[in-house]
Design a binder for this molecule. Structure first.
Ligand code: PPS
Length: 296
């Protein structure tokens, strides 16, 4: 069932099973749910603004064994089909995944309860990247200001409330992160943190490499660290979204590759806002063992 959830600039979100999603995704829901995964699929899973593009480039660099030219074969959005993406009349994310030869690397922002069931049935590999809630809400706020396909975020104060209430596209950060964390030992899930990749990229990239069943030499790993740094990816037209028209992503409002740091939330939250957020966070995250790093 799809219900209108929120009115925005020219767009509105639709609720699917209680979760706000982009309307075209809601409209295409039956195709998405009946997607047929394959056992050798690798699915990159993230809540929005948690380092999706970063981990995609890392995975691709590992797949291409450090060959930069091969990674520049197309823009990053086209390399790994986005399962729930829909913009008719263009081919949907499911159409693109169906047309892709195996082994496939796919991506999603869906929470566990909305994932097409065949991913579980086929026991696929899942690579989840989580980012601390405060940096995530900051990044999402700037993204929603510049992304003309999403509702206007309103003021910073308003957006923090929208985020806390899970009324953003793809729903609640809290439920998303908890959902994936709780099942991480029941499936083939490599659970990573944005902050760890930032602190020790080589160590985390090595974990990804091992999870993918690859074995690359140290100099190749060093090259991947270098090529997937924020500075390199910000300059790279294949990763910085500069090819997306301004009518969709207006990078004069805020660049897609904005800051890429841990702790930018301190430049946004007031003391009172931070205290209130901490209180709500404690309640919503009660009983989970997940721990986030808030600053490096
Ligand atoms: S999206 O739209 O959901 O796919 O966005 P996503 O790629 O998940 O997240 C965008 C944020 O990730 C930052 N980013 C990086 N940080 C560090 N290093 C690298 N290489 C990197 N690449 C992307 C990007 O700058 C966004 O974060 P903010 O805080 O807004 O800068």
């Amino acid at each position: 069932m799809a219900l209108t959830a929120e009115l925005g600039r020219q767009t509105q979100l639709k609720e699917v099973a209680g979760n706000p999603l982009e309307p075209a995704t809601g409209d295409n829901w039956s195709q998405i749910q009946s997607f047929q995964a394959k056992p050798d699929d690798l699915l990159i899973c993230t809540y929005p603004k948690s380092g999706t593009t970063w981990i995609q480039e890392i995975v691709d660099m590992i797949e291409q064994e450090g060959d930069v030219e091969k990674c520049r074969r197309s823009i990053i959005q086209h390399r790994h089909p986005f399962i729930e993406w829909a913009r008719p009349p263009q081919p949907s994310g499911v159409d693109k995944a169906n047309a892709m030869p195996s082994p496939r690397t796919l991506r999603t922002h869906l929470p566990t309860q909305l994932l097409p069931p065949s991913f579980w049935d086929k026991n696929c590999k899942f690579l989840y990247v989580a980012r601390n809630a405060k940096d995530c809400v900051v990044s999402y706020y700037h993204f929603q200001k510049m992304n003309q396909m999403l509702p206007d975020p309103g003021t910073w104060e308003e957006f923090v409330e929208t985020f806390i209430n899970g009324k953003v596209s793809w729903g609640s950060w809290f439920d998303h992160v908890k959902g994936w964390w709780e099942i991480k030992d029941r499936y083939q899930i490599l659970f990573l943190f944005y902050e760890d990749i930032k602190r020790d990229p080589k160590n985390e990239i090595r974990k990804v490499m091992q999870f993918m069943g690859k074995n690359l030499d140290e100099p190749v790993l060093d090259k991947i660290v270098q090529e997937t740094s924020f500075e390199k990816m910000k300059e790279n037209p294949m990763t910085n979204r500069s090819t997306v028209p301004k009518s969709i992503l207006d990078q004069s409002i805020s660049p897609f590759m904005r800051k890429g740091t841990v702790g930018d939330w301190k430049n946004h939250f007031t003391v009172a806002q931070n205290e209130r957020f901490n209180e709500i966070y404690r309640k919503k995250m009660e009983g989970t063992s997940i721990n986030f790093c808030m600053e490096l």
